[in-house]
Every structure is written in C-alpha cells, then in structure tokens.
Design a protein around this ligand. Structure first.
Ligand SMILES: Cc1cc2nc3c(=O)[nH]c(=O)nc-3n(C[C@H](O)[C@H](O)[C@H](O)COP(=O)(O)OP(=O)(O)OC[C@H]3O[C@@H](n4cnc5c(N)ncnc54)[C@H](O)[C@@H]3O)c2cc1C
Length: 395
C-alpha cells in the first residue's frame, strides 16, 4: 500500500502564510487603492520588500536569497494579491520572472553577477517577449541578436513590457538573423541603460494601474556575450522550448495571484451579506445570495488546489506544463467570475470606487491575457490531451 496523498499544506507552510498575510496587511493594505487611483508605481513598497528579504525568496542562499521552494513564493504572491495587486506585480516579476530563469539556466558567473542584486532590490528585471506583430504567435518575433565579436547586437521593438519604465534590466527574447519560426530563438539579459535602448510611455490600462506596461525599442544595442542566457541557434528550436518551460513559474504565480484576488473579493462579500439588509433582513438570508457565496468558495478552492499542485511538482527546476496550464486557465477565468459576483453582491456600492470590488475585478481581468491568453492555454492543453500539436497557421 502506498502512502496516501496529502492535500494539506502542513503546519510550516500555514505558519508561513500567516506570516506573509500579517506582513502584507500591516505594510501594504493602507495604500492599495492609492497606487491604482494615482496610477503610481509603488517604489516604496519595492524597497520594503527588498529590505525584508522577500524579493530573494526563491534565489539560492549562496546568491543572497532564501532558497525557498516554489510553493512558498506561490503562497507569497497569493497573500500579497489579497492585499495589494500593484505591489504583487513587483513580487511576481522578481520571484517568478527572469531571476528564476537565471537561477536555473544561467552560468555560475551570471548567477554571481545578477542574483544578489535581484534579491537585494538593486536590480529590477523585466521581460520583453511580445512585439507589435508577435503576441500569441511568439515564434513570429522579429527582434534579432547578431553576433559581432565580443557582443551581440540587438535590434527590435518590444511592447507590453511590464515595468519596462522602472526596470534596470530586461530579459529580451530575440532570434538569430535569417532564422524563422521557433528555430533561432534565444534570450539575452539587456541593461536598460545601454545606448540604443528607448523606453516608451506607459500604456494607459484598465487594471494594475500602478504597474504599467510599455514599449521598449532596441536600436543596435550592444549586449556583452556573457549576458546570453539562452543561445539563439538558427538550426534549433531547443532554445525556444527551454524558454517556454522557464515561463512556467510565471504562469503558476499568475494563477496564484488570481486566487488571492478572488479570495479578497470573497471575504468582502462574506462580510457585506451579513451587514446589508433588504426586505427587513440581512441579504445572507436569501438563497440566491447563499448560492453565489457557495459557488465562489467552490471555485476558489478548486483553483487553489490546482495552483498548489502545479507549484509542488517541479521537473528540472520548472513546474509541470500540464499542471501549470490547467491552473492558469482555470484560475484566470475563476477570478473574473468571483470578483464579478462579489461586485454584484455589493449592488451599487460594488460599482463605485469607494469599495475595492471594481478594482479587484479590473486587476483580475488582465491576467487572462498576460502570460498567455486563455485561448492559447486551451490550445496548449488540447495539444497535450490529444497527443499532437495543431498548426495554428493553417498550413
Ligand atoms: C497585464 C499584462 C502584462 C503583460 N506583461 C508582459 C510582459 O511583461 N512582457 C511581454 O513580453 N508581454 C507582456 N504582455 C503581453 C502578453 O503576453 C500578450 O498580450 C499576449 O501574449 C497576447 O498577445 P496580444 O495582446 O498581441 O494578442 P493577440 O495575440 O493579437 O490575440 C488577440 C486575440 O486572439 C486570440 N488568438 C490569437 N491566436 C489564437 C489562436 N491560435 N487560437 C485561438 N485564439 C487566438 C487571443 O487569445 C486573443 O484573444 C502582458 C499583457 C498583459 C495583459
């Protein structure tokens, strides 16, 4: 008889969750609406996070981090999202973005050079994949990295780079000149202050308004060869596959953040239905409301279990692609439904900016697009389930 599977986090992780919850509530709750209303980047919170050592949660101890497993960083962003989404974006990128990829894929020299600064907050890494003509079709990117002696020369135009205006470095997906499709795609670490890097204006957007996206252009930017993270080999698509696997933690983190946003909305709804009275009694007395509460709880629970499973089943340093895809797909859509229902339960109050419901709804919306749209996730999952890939180009 094999041992039975555990569906509990266990006392240590529950204590960790309590610690993060108390930290997030005490430090970040008061100004959560402020960053959204003012569309201001919460730099003071980034410093607080760095000072407390949270930005290095996943980074190995020998490089200045805490060396925690993915389940801890996932719990961390879930709890942060329950309190302040804009501050969570800082954590999401710091924990699950390029630093994680460098920790797993980088050379020893790259780890020594970049990871302590990521943990300490001196570096802020963004990730630049998307281009105006290459969104879901990532393999259509046109940004090139040309070998030129001691450096690669990068030319291209990226868009929707989260924290592009704040970053010190960005991990740029680029291809070998003359290569096509998945072949030739690799990634380089580019210092955002390099000559030839031009940062655009922040995109005005619906949610996450304190953590904007923007264009980043590269005009003959010389990138030292030692900043190459994944080679751009014109003959091989291995680099692209590696990079997609490296994107896994970001997707699990994205799903966890959706759970945190939904949890916040659910808690608000639970309190409101006890306090709001109509027809002479609290609205929690109405079955129509009770069922909404029950449906919200069920969906949050399901998403949470999916996220924890994905976060605890790593292979070669990155989470299982099927678990990750399922968790993100479900959590992205769950968060939209739950925040929407919580808003509905609040009536007109929910529709005003005096309550956080409309903000939670707006913040949740973008995550069904960012990190891979729910349509593309369905394509990925269908290919896994059916055991074959489907050419989206109709060829
Ligand atoms: C909040 C947020 C943060 C982001 N941060 C970053 C970042 O830091 N760095 C970065 O590089 N990018 C970032 N992005 C960009 C994101 O990765 C892209 O928006 C996403 O990949 C979709 O690309 P697109 O917007 O060009 O939409 P398109 O690819 O043009 O898609 C338009 C619509 O068509 C659908 N569609 C496309 N192809 C198919 C298909 N084959 N089958 C079915 N439906 C399809 C899509 O699902 C979508 O609904 C961010 C986006 C958001 C919303």
């Amino acid at each position: 008889m094999t041992s039975s599977p555990s569906f509990e986090l266990g006392p240590e992780l529950e204590a960790f969750r309590d610690e993060v919850r108390a930290f997030a509530e005490s430090r970040f709750a008061a100004k959560a609406a402020h960053w959204d209303e003012r569309e201001e980047f919460p730099e003071e919170n980034r410093r607080t996070l760095a000072g407390a050592g949270w930005l290095g949660l996943l980074i190995p101890q020998q490089y200045g981090g805490r060396g925690a497993p993915l389940i801890q960083s996932v719990l961390f962003v879930e709890e942060m999202a329950r309190v302040c989404f804009n501050t969570t974006t800082i954590c999401q990128i710091a924990l699950h973005g390029p630093a994680r990829a460098i920790a797993v894929l980088g050379t020893d020299e790259q780890k020594r050079r970049f990871l302590p600064g990521c943990a300490g907050g001196e570096h802020l890494f963004a990730i630049s994949i998307t281009e105006p003509g290459a969104g879901s079709a990532t393999t259509d990117i046109e940004t090139t990295a040309r070998d030129d002696g001691d450096a690669f020369v990068v030319d291209g135009h990226k868009c929707y780079t989260t924290l592009g205006a704040q970053c010190t470095h960005t991990l740029v997906f680029a291809r070998a000149p003359e290569s096509r499709g998945a072949r030739g795609i690799g990634a380089l670490i580019v210092d955002a202050r390099s000559p030839g890097v031009a940062i655009g204006e922040p995109d005005p957007k619906m949610g996450g308004r304190g953590a904007p996206e923007c264009d980043v252009r590269f005009d003959r930017v010389r990138v030292p060869k030692e900043n190459l993270l994944v080679p751009c080999d014109a003959k091989s698509s291995a680099g692209f596959r590696t990079l997609m696997a490296a994107f896994g933690p970001e997707r699990v983190g994205n799903a966890a953040i959706c759970v945190g946003l939904a949890q916040a909305a659910h808690e608000r709804a639970l309190a409101f239905v006890k306090e709001r009275r109509q027809f002479g009694r609290p609205i929690e007395e109405f079955q129509g409301i009770q069922w909404k509460i029950a449906d919200m709880a069920t969906q949050i629970h399901a998403a949470r279990l999916m996220v924890y499973r994905a976060a605890t089943r790593e292979k070669d340093g990155f989470p299982d692609p099927r678990d990750t895809t399922i968790a993100k797909l479900y959590a992205n859509e769950m968060a939209q439904r739950v925040t929407n229902e919580a808003l509905q339960i609040h009536g007109h109050r929910g529709y005003t900016r005096l309550y956080p419901l409309e903000r939670l709804y707006r913040d949740a919306r973008g995550y069904a697009v960012g990190g891979g749209t729910t349509e593309i996730l369905r394509n990925t999952l269908a290919a896994i389930e059916l055991g074959r890939s489907f050419d989206q180009r109709g060829g």
